[in-house]
Design a protein around this ligand. Structure first.
Ligand SMILES: [Fe+2]
Ligand SMILES: [Fe+2]
Length: 335
């Protein structure tokens, strides 16, 4: 019996957990047909997984009705104290890619955005629990798509910067992280040729691109389970304190503090990430560029925090009692 593709969702093969019983069936597409590869309860070894990856198998198919067991299996690994931090980090990022994929492609934005809360909670806990965690998360850039990495990175930076500014308020950190993850959601309504265009946009294209914070806000506006602060981060992440930002042209006090954090995280990640048309800046170069912009664009106090955390004279030294956000290696002074 031929199985309808519409019954399935796809995910990266790397998100299968090895050496433990699967809680969902795994299908592979072979000669344009979906074939049951492993049943729930079966175990896949690391060697078998490596072998499939070596043979260019990138995607697995899972029945939509088994999505929850699949997501639960990812979370189980993240929460397993016996799993090493690099593996946990890998699964946090796999989960994040899954959520972002759905956020950008699934019509039910409301449910997916709400589902992402668990993921961000895991990220907050992970960053709080291990000094090198933020760094580990940032360094994992196994995915090709810029928007995916960017969304996760802005989320991680937003959590780390907020931690420096506001301390360990878990709810606030989750809001900052979820805001970061969702901040560019509105890009799903912008023509993808603009999103992926290498190099500069022309005037007309810019007008369209600048609508994305408003589009994102509209997508979330009527979702009661998403807090107003998260909606505001999405809407306000391109506002500048001098009123020259977009789309509303808000000034200093009108902008939510967490939106100001997201704006700093957004620019810092964009500058330090390699794109098809530009090399990545070092953290220090990015900070220098941002310092030039800081006067009217960013909240000077918040920017100072990023700068002083980064510009600590070069080497980041590990101290037992140090605040984890100091250890974001990307903030380290270059050279
Ligand atoms: Fe944006
Ligand atoms: Fe962005």
């Amino acid at each position: 019996m031929k199985l309808a593709l519409s019954l399935f969702f796809t995910t990266r093969i790397q998100s299968i957990s090895v050496d433990r019983p699967l809680s969902f069936d795994v299908f592979l597409k072979i000669n344009n047909e979906l074939i049951l590869f492993k049943k729930a309860g079966d175990v896949i070894s690391q060697n078998r997984l490596d072998d499939l990856i070596k043979h260019s198998v990138k995607t697995i198919y899972i029945l939509k009705e088994q999505k929850q067991p699949y997501l639960n299996s990812l979370r189980a690994i993240v929460k397993d104290p016996d799993v090493s931090n690099p593996i946990r980090a890998k699964f946090i990022k796999e989960t994040a890619f899954n959520h972002i994929d759905e956020l950008f492609n699934n019509n039910d934005v409301a449910s997916i955005a709400k589902e992402s809360e668990g993921l961000v909670e895991d990220m907050v806990e992970f960053i709080s629990g291990d000094l090198n965690a933020a760094t580990t998360l940032m360094k994992l850039s196994s995915h090709d798509y810029y928007t995916y990495n960017h969304s996760v990175n802005v989320s991680v930076y937003s959590i780390a910067i907020s931690k420096c500014i506001f301390g360990n308020d878990k709810n606030l950190l989750i809001t900052a992280g979820l805001g970061g993850l969702l901040h560019d959601l509105g890009k799903r309504k912008v023509d993808s040729t603009l999103i992926n265009k290498p190099g500069k946009l022309d005037a007309e294209e810019w007008i369209e691109m600048k609508k994305h914070p408003g589009y994102g806000y509209q997508l979330l506006e009527d979702v009661p389970t998403i807090s107003i602060d998260i909606k505001r981060i999405v809407h306000e992440h391109h506002e500048h304190i001098d009123g020259t930002g977009y789309p509303q042209g808000l000034t200093d006090k009108q902008i939510l503090k967490l939106s100001k954090v997201a704006s700093i995280a957004d620019v810092f990640d964009a500058l330090t990430t390699k794109r098809s048309y530009k090399e990545a800046c070092s953290a220090q170069e990015a900070l220098n560029i941002m310092a030039g912009m800081a006067a009217g664009k960013f909240d000077p106090e918040f920017f100072k925090i990023l700068e002083t955390r980064a510009d600590n004279g070069g080497e980041v030294t590990l101290d037992k009692n140090v605040d984890p956000c100091i250890l974001n290696i990307p903030f380290k002074k270059a050279g």
